[in-house]
Design a protein around this ligand. Structure first.
Ligand code: PEP
Length: 252
């Protein structure tokens, strides 16, 4: 991390929580933030679509941002069950996650679709958190850098910049498993992403690259201390105020 990249902590709530849970969680984080006004990091929570509006209202006026977990590439249309980037923005979002591995695996999302979603996010004025990461078999075959590079190049739309795009490196085998790559492995992948960004994005040195996959209060300090790790995308541990806050507090 360098002085001109503020750490970002994104909480991916996935398909968890009813209104009462989401509001309590968001308000708990707002309270922590109020008690630590000098905090030099940013936080965003990404609730299920049903909770976005209620959570945005609960955190209004605070530094806590709200994001969607996915968006459709079109602005509107006959797409039953989908939500557009403009709708997320209208409901109070500033961010949206695109290309999460669970979307790629559960819904067959390709890099091309992820790129279209990221472009839609930018068009609606949202910051796209673009997720990339290898599956375990690819890692075992020594293909991590190849896979991550291909996903990065395929998933970033024209016009991606440090202002409208965040990259999240999430090894799929580390998500929700309690397993993480070694510090050396994380540093090597993030370094490669940074190098490749230089060919894809103006101002690549300012793009934030998050690590995601089983981050918890016990391992976050070591991960966040690595070069080119500018924050974390957190699933399970983001559902507990104490844990998510402790992770953010552990940034150098
Ligand atoms: C995620 O879903 O993006 C994630 C990183 O999950 P977890 O922190 O639970 O591994």
């Amino acid at each position: 991390m360098t002085a001109d990249r503020h750490h970002l902590f994104a909480g991916n709530w996935k398909m968890h929580g009813l209104r009462v849970d989401g509001i309590a969680l968001a308000k708990g984080l707002v309270e922590r933030g109020r008690a630590a006004p000098q905090a030099a990091f940013e936080m965003v929570v990404c609730p299920p679509a049903t909770l976005v509006r209620a959570v945005a209202e609960a955190v209004a006026g605070s530094a806590l941002a709200v994001g969607g977990q996915d968006c459709h590439p079109d602005e509107s249309g006959a797409h039953t069950g989908d939500v557009s980037a403009a709708m997320l923005r209208d409901a109070g979002c500033a961010f949206v996650i695109v290309g999460h591995s669970e979307r790629r695996s559960d819904h067959g999302e390709t890099d091309e679709l992820v790129r279209a979603k990221a472009a839609a996010a930018h068009g609606a004025g949202l910051i796209a958190i673009v997720c990339i990461g290898e599956i375990e078999a690819e890692r075992d075959r020594g293909q991590t850098i190849e896979v991550v590079s291909r996903q990065l190049e395929g998933s970033l739309p024209r016009g991606a910049s440090a202002e409208n795009t965040v990259i999240a490196y999430e090894p799929v085998w580390a998500i929700g498993t309690g397993r993480t790559p070694t510090a050396e492995e994380i540093a090597a992948v993030h370094g490669e992403i940074r190098a490749r960004l230089a060919r894809l994005v103006a101002g690549a040195e300012r793009v934030r690259i998050l690590y995601g996959g089983s981050v918890n209060p016990g391992n976050s300090a070591g991960i966040l201390a690595l070069d080119d790790v500018d924050g974390a995308l957190v699933g399970g541990a983001s559902l507990k105020v104490d844990d998510f806050w402790a992770i953010a507090q552990s940034c150098p």
